[in-house]
Design a protein around this ligand. Structure first.
Ligand SMILES: Cc1cc2nc3c(=O)[nH]c(=O)nc-3n(C[C@H](O)[C@H](O)[C@H](O)COP(=O)(O)OP(=O)(O)OC[C@H]3O[C@@H](n4cnc5c(N)ncnc54)[C@H](O)[C@@H]3O)c2cc1C
Length: 450
């Protein structure tokens, strides 16, 4: 049962809460949440070195790492490889896809954030050759390194859903929050249309590790909230299709959502993994324990499975067996040090790593200082001391103006940053964070400042 009641928050309470929020941020605990828990700093004095360091992937993790390394090292030859010019603030895509933000708000450029002292090779890595400490690019260049930092993010595996293609987003009732800002905007037009016309709405979630596992849930809850606000809720039959028997990995939040969804009239189909769509017929196929089930829909939120980008997945750097190989050929790092388990001059951070928890910008913020500091310690031939505790955080938006700030670690323990907010109840603070505070904090993270 939701205990949110907007009317309950008298303006004096809000003002008081705001003051306490700002105070907490000023004190640093809030910074931990918007910045991912670990407030590790890089060494005060730059280390003189001529080491060649290659970073593959200029997303959240790669850019943040580039700035930290450039400041911490004097004389290092640092190269970042990525063909992408745009920098996308992906956490904002949920707000674009639900009509709250304009796409332009999440589009920035990597050139604004990458330090001038490093080389940006606008290319993509086609092959990793860790035996030779070398990467080969799509245009045929060979780049040698002493240390490698892998920050390639992940690949949304549209091919795993038969009939699905990103070009379909924004047509025939199909939405997907995990693509470009332009597609997020088209997803919004599908949601807007569905809330107006009603019918069967299918909400899906790929199995295994996906980035921001809260996003599919947020899309469902924000759609429901909008329909209620517009007075059309009765005409929507909303069905959330979980590929397993849970909604969220953190058990307290899982319990909350298992009460919340039925309370809000969102039916849950357990063990329903989306395997195909027929756009013209508006029909989806799900793998279930009873065999393939076909369900007709008016609207569908497609969330395909996710995996390591191809070049990484087929390289020796990927997990060769075990759950992280089966789930998505993720990068084989030690979950605490972020160092590769077989190639000691390789480190990783961000969505590409095979660790039990991660795949949020909040975990990127916690992982990058660990990977960078340990890389520097390895370079100095010193014992690596930095350790990632699995911190991740998600402002689980349950409706416009409210949400739950979910923060937890490898042990799945809740690790709340704000002592004055009950982490099990909806509150306006997570909404304000998501809507106003996380983008500037993310940009400060890119610059390696927090
Ligand atoms: C809809 C949505 C909502 C989200 N909500 C939240 C949230 O509320 N809170 C939160 O903390 N996080 C959230 N996230 C997750 C967060 O955005 C990601 O975890 C974060 O961006 C991961 O950063 P990354 O650097 O690992 O990957 P990315 O930022 O995706 O960057 C990877 C980069 O690697 C490059 N690359 C890939 N392959 C190669 C190659 N072979 N050679 C060279 N370069 C390559 C790509 O071009 C890309 O630029 C959300 C994500 C989405 C999509």
């Amino acid at each position: 049962m939701s205990d949110h009641d907007p009317g309950r928050h008298a303006s004096t309470q809000v003002d008081d809460g705001r003051r306490r929020l700002l105070k907490a941020i000023g004190l640093g605990s809030g910074l931990a949440v918007v910045s991912g828990g670990a407030l590790l700093s890089t060494p005060a004095q730059a280390l003189r070195t001529s080491a060649r360091i290659v970073i593959v992937g200029a997303g959240a993790a790669g850019v943040a790492a580039a700035n930290r390394l450039a400041r911490a090292l004097d004389g290092a030859r640092i190269t970042i490889i990525d063909s992408r010019q745009r920098h996308l603030y992906q956490p904002g895509l949920t707000l674009v896809a639900t009509g709250i933000w304009k796409p332009s708000k999440v589009i920035d450029s990597n050139a604004r954030y990458l330090p001038r002292s490093i080389d940006w090779l606008q290319d993509s890595v086609a092959e990793f050759d860790p035996e030779a400490s070398r990467v080969l690019t799509a245009s045929g260049r060979s780049v040698d390194y002493d240390y490698l930092l892998v920050t390639t993010g992940l690949k949304v595996d549209y091919d795993a859903v038969a009939g699905m293609h990103p070009d379909l987003i924004g047509r025939e009732g199909i939405a997907c929050v995990y693509d470009t800002p332009e597609h997020a905007e088209r997803s919004w037009s599908m949601i807007d249309e569905y809330v107006g016309s009603g019918g069967v709405g299918l909400f899906t979630r790929g199995p295994g590790g996906i980035k921001c596992a809260g996003a599919p849930l947020k899309v469902a809850m924000l759609t429901e909230d909008l329909a209620r606000e517009r007075g059309s809720r009765q005409s929507l039959q909303m069905v959330y299709n979980s590929p397993g028997d849970g909604l969220f990995s953190q058990p307290d939040m899982d319990q909350f959502l298992k009460r919340e969804f039925p309370d809000r009239g969102i039916r849950i189909n357990w063990h329903h993994r989306l395997i195909g769509i027929e756009p013209e017929l508006r029909r989806a196929s799900f793998a279930t324990p009873e065999g393939t089930q076909r369900i007709d829909y008016d609207f569908i939120h497609v969330v395909p499975p996710m995996r390591a980008p191809d070049a990484l997945a087929r390289s020796p750097l990927a997990w060769q067996d075990g759950p992280f190989a089966a789930d998505g050929d993720w990068l084989e790092v030690d979950q605490f040090s972020m160092q590769h388990r077989r190639y000691p001059n390789v480190f990783g951070a961000g969505d590409c790593v095979g660790t039990p928890i991660g795949k949020t910008a909040a975990s990127v913020k916690a992982q990058v200082p660990v990977a960078v500091n340990n890389l520097i310690d390895a370079l100095r031939d010193r014992e690596m001391k930095a350790s990632y505790n699995g911190y991740t955080s998600c402002p689980l938006i349950t409706g416009r103006g409210r949400g739950i700030l979910v923060e937890f670690d490898y042990a799945l323990n809740m690790v709340p940053s704000f002592p004055f907010i009950n982490p099990y109840r909806e509150h306006w603070v997570p909404w304000v964070m998501k809507d106003r505070m996380l983008l500037p904090a993310y940009n400060a993270m890119l610059r390696g400042r927090i």
